[in-house]
Ligand binder design. Structure first.
Ligand SMILES: [Zn+2]
Ligand SMILES: [Zn+2]
Length: 605
């Protein structure tokens, strides 16, 4: 059995070596990292699963009390001959892989196995303990002669391996015992690169904040951690790096920016974060093959990315044109246009419907309803002005001036500062405003601000709808619906009673259009306003009742806070229709208190 296992191990190892050479040739540029990761993980699996190497068999026999069966006496254990020493080292490495401190201690202290020597493959016990996140073993190895800066054949240190798993405690132990945070391997990867390649955002933040690791350092190919995070599509890691002002325009040896790499792999969210935080220049940078990110997206067939980038480029061009040619009107959205339309509509209603000389004198009931509609319209215009000009809930920078260290690095101890805001979600970092925002806030690229309880950016009011102006927006919609429905009904009634017997050759509609221009124009505009206001009012009512925003509904699959532990959609802010509506109508907004999960036994009942 052991012979068979050994043969299988040798075959698999040679297959891996062969494949890594082929893959490196065929996968090209990024083959290195894919192979690198498999080479890190595979030996672990092999060591755990296969009975092949001598040390496994040897160590297992020793620890199961069968030392005698391999022909060694107790005295031989105390002083192993030089040939056995290598085997002992491998056995110690083996114990580090499995986190077996008691047996490792026994093995080192009684058997004299060295922890400063590599195993048969050139790896150190410290590396395996770091990769498998065993802080107690790491501590033990460091105390018993393990070198924190020892490198394997690819010049990786234990810190590189800790970065793969994102073990912060292990990294602290290594760095506090003299490990070099900037140690680079044969590819020029430092711990920051490895953390970015594996999406270990918390680890990356920790070594940057606490040990001043250089997050913009290039590897041998000129790629920074931001290049790697973009290539792998780790949105949170990208947010962190941009938050820390990582250089977004850096080009590697191929002339590619991080955006090029995100586009190449078709990561829509990564591209979106990069372009919103960047400038127009990044969209126009060409790589050495002469491709801009947009051309690359079309070339690789990533339609969603291509559409996103084209839209943003158009927006950039438009905003430039707006500044030069049309001044403020285009820049401020359609609010002035809508305001004038509603106002003109109201004047038209008074002149052509209520006080029109061609129509009969209004009855008392019609006059009452008609002037009520006019009054509601005036209130609607006031609410329109309010929600359009009000602060929709801009997230302010937290004032850290009292503590210099915190002010220098707001991410140093995230769980300790701003605990009211920080919920451990990396999407709370805004790479553009450089603030830590409450969980339901989003950045609006048009307003260039983060908005609390961001609902949507409404071009018709030229403002965002958020926590502070949602009530005004909702009241405006309700008034709009009421005004347009009342005035519409009155206009139709007024014509219906005014039109005399129509000749058979003419239809009623044709007669009204040709004889009452003013009323016809009013009815058309009023109908459009009625449809839009009613649709929006119904949508908003349903969302208020569920305490969810338009943005959250549209992007539910992207937001982790809208998913329960079972991975299905769950809105943690839904306190029930009654409380949601009550809070909104009384306070003007709903609180962001999360509803706790019911205990499992309660769910089962
Ligand atoms: Zn922002
Ligand atoms: Zn906005």
């Amino acid at each position: 059995m052991a012979v068979f296992g050994r043969c299988f191990y040798v075959c698999l190892k040679s297959w891996m070596a062969m494949n890594s050479r082929c893959l490196q040739r065929w996968l090209g540029l990024f083959g290195q990292v894919e192979i690198k990761s498999s080479m890190l993980i595979l030996p672990t699996i092999l060591k755990c699963l296969l009975p092949a190497p001598d040390y496994n068999e040897y160590a297992l026999k020793v620890f199961s009390g069968k030392a005698g069966s391999v022909g060694l006496s107790a005295s031989a254990w105390m002083k192993p001959p030089p040939s056995v020493l290598k085997i002992n080292t491998d056995a110690a490495v083996f114990r580090s892989v499995h986190g077996d401190l008691i047996k490792l201690r026994k093995f080192v202290e009684e058997d004299g196995a060295s922890l400063s020597l590599p195993d048969a493959n050139g790896y150190y016990a410290l590396q395996w303990a770091a990769l498998n996140n065993f802080p107690n073993i790491v501590q033990y190895i460091i105390e018993h002669g393990g070198d924190v800066n020892a490198t394997d054949l690819s010049r990786q240190t234990a810190l590189h391996w800790a970065a793969v798993r994102g073990s912060i405690v292990v990294a602290d132990l290594l760095l506090q015992n003299g490990a070099r945070v900037e140690a680079s391997d044969a590819n020029g990867y430092r711990a920051v690169h490895v953390a970015a390649q594996y999406g270990q955002t918390a680890f990356l933040n920790h070594i940057i904040a606490k040990y001043n690791a250089d997050f913009d350092a290039p590897d041998n190919d000129g790629r920074s951690p931001l290049h790697w995070a973009a290539y792998k599509g780790f949105a949170d890691t990208i947010r962190l790096l941009l938050f820390r002002d990582a250089n977004q325009g850096r080009q590697d040896k191929e002339g590619c920016t991080p955006l090029h790499w995100a586009v190449l792999r078709g990561h829509v969210e990564a591209c979106s974060i990069l372009v919103h935080a960047g400038t127009k220049e990044e969209l126009l940078v060409k790589d050495k093959a002469g491709f801009t990110p947009i051309q690359l997206a079309y070339d690789k067939g990533h339609r969603h990315v291509a559409l996103l980038l084209s839209k943003l480029q158009r927006a950039h061009n438009k905003s430039l044109k707006g500044t030069f040619f049309t001044g403020k009107i285009v820049g401020s959205g359609y609010a002035p246009f809508l305001f004038c339309t509603i106002f003109c509509c109201m004047i038209l209603f008074i002149n052509s419907v209520l006080l029109a000389p061609s129509l009969a004198k209004v009855t008392a009931a019609v006059a009452l309803w008609g002037w009520t509609a006019v009054t509601l319209c005036i209130f609607a215009l006031i609410m329109f002005y309010r929600c359009s000009s009000k602060d929709p809930g801009y997230v302010k920078r937290s004032d850290n001036s009292g503590d210099l260290r915190k002010a220098q690095d707001p991410l140093l101890n995230l769980d300790m500062i701003d605990s009211s805001v920080w919920t451990g979600n990396w999407s709370q970092l805004c790479p553009t405003c450089k603030i830590i925002r409450p969980p339901r806030s989003k950045h609006c690229p048009t307003c260039k601000h983060c908005i609390e309880q961001f609902d949507h950016h409404c071009p018709w009011i030229s403002n965002c709808v958020g926590k502070r102006n949602k009530w005004d927006f909702f009241v405006f919609l309700c008034l709009g619906t009421a005004t347009s429905s009342i005035s519409g009904v009155i206009a139709v009634l007024r014509i219906w009673t005014a039109v005399p017997a129509i000749p058979t050759s003419e239809t009623w509609t044709h007669y009204v259009i040709t004889h009452y221009y003013g009323v016809t124009v009013f009815l058309v505009i009023n109908f459009l306003i009625f449809v839009s206001a009613t649709t929006l009012a119904v949508a908003q009512t349903s969302q208020i009742a569920r305490n969810i925003t338009t943005n959250e509904l549209a992007n539910a699959s992207r937001y982790s806070y809208l998913r329960g532990p079972d991975g299905k959609f769950r809105n943690p802010y839904n306190h029930g229709c009654k409380k949601n509506c009550g809070d909104f109508l009384i306070q003007g907004y709903t609180d962001d208190n999360e509803v706790p999960w019911l205990p499992l036994h309660a769910v089962a009942r």
